[in-house]
Design a protein. Structure first.
Length: 279
């Protein structure tokens, strides 16, 4: 079945919204307001396992490619959302603006590179490298997701990252050093930046909410059933049965709202971590 652009956007938005809800929720983390800093919040993951799951799901959002047969976009959920920002089929009075802003801020964090010093005792290297946030997310998220036998790609990524910065390491040595990276990344880098990352992901979720709230209000119609119920009026360009089912599901997600309230992460966790060198 061939769907039109609005129908494809409907499906893509629903897939991405649910992926965002899987990543930013109370099951993984807790928000704690800082009494001495009104309006600022810290994020605490319930356990290290919950932090790992957050990173895995963020990795899927940022990197894992979707089936373009479903969404019409060959790329990650962030790419699908970027395409929705371009088409903006449901924009009402600029309701798309907050999603565009939130998406750009998350991508900027993932793309930014900072100089870092990493002591890798297994390799006997004190490496000074300049990776992006996405580089480290790819390493840490995949390491959390897979066992050692399935980490060949991660090992090659690390070997290439070290080689770019002048460190030649045999590929077969890299798996032995993965725990060194894990200690630095999951137990230091991502613990420090967890609050900021959770805020950025939550902002994207709220951006989707802000974008779709006007069309939800236009579409949601109460019925005279007892008890009171509701139904959705489909937009003119959502014509086929399957996209209509996705639209209904999408509107129900908007009706439920994001799991986390809007929050602003504490400013002192948005500076450079102890791993990063100050230029």
């Amino acid at each position: 079945m061939t769907y039109n652009a609005v129908e494809r956007e409907t499906i893509g938005l629903c897939v991405c919204l649910e992926a965002l809800d899987d990543t930013a929720n109370h099951g993984l983390l807790e928000l704690r307001d800082v009494a001495s800093l009104p309006g600022e919040t810290e994020v605490y993951f319930h356990t290290s396992i919950h932090e790992e799951l957050f990173l895995i799901r963020l990795l899927d959002l940022a990197i894992e490619r979707n089936d373009d047969a479903l969404t019409g976009v060959s790329g990650s959920c962030l790419d699908v959302l970027a395409a929705a920002c371009d088409s903006a089929s449901f924009d009402v009075g600029g309701s798309i603006v907050q999603l565009r802003t939130a998406l750009e801020e998350l991508k900027q964090w993932l793309d930014e590179k900072s100089p870092m010093s990493l002591w890798l005792p297994t390799l006997d290297i004190n490496a000074t490298i300049r990776p992006s946030g996405l580089d480290f997310l790819r390493i840490s998220g995949n390491h959390s997701k897979h066992n050692l036998s399935k980490l060949t790609r991660v090992s090659k990524d690390i070997q290439n990252l070290l080689a770019v910065h002048g460190y030649s390491v045999p590929l077969e040595m890299i798996p032995l050093a993965l725990d060194d990276f894990r200690e630095h990344l999951q137990e230091n880098f991502f613990v420090y930046y967890g609050t900021w990352l959770a805020e950025l992901v939550n902002n994207v979720r709220w951006g989707v909410q802000d974008y779709l709230t006007p069309i939800f209000r236009q579409s949601c119609t109460p019925t005279s059933d007892d008890p009171p119920a509701y139904r959705y009026m489909y937009p003119p360009n959502v014509q086929n049965d399957i996209p209509r089912q996705w639209f209904w599901r999408l509107m129900n997600n908007v009706r439920a709202g994001p799991y986390l309230r809007r929050f602003r992460g504490v400013h002192y966790l948005k500076k450079r971590s102890s791993l990063e060198e100050h230029e």
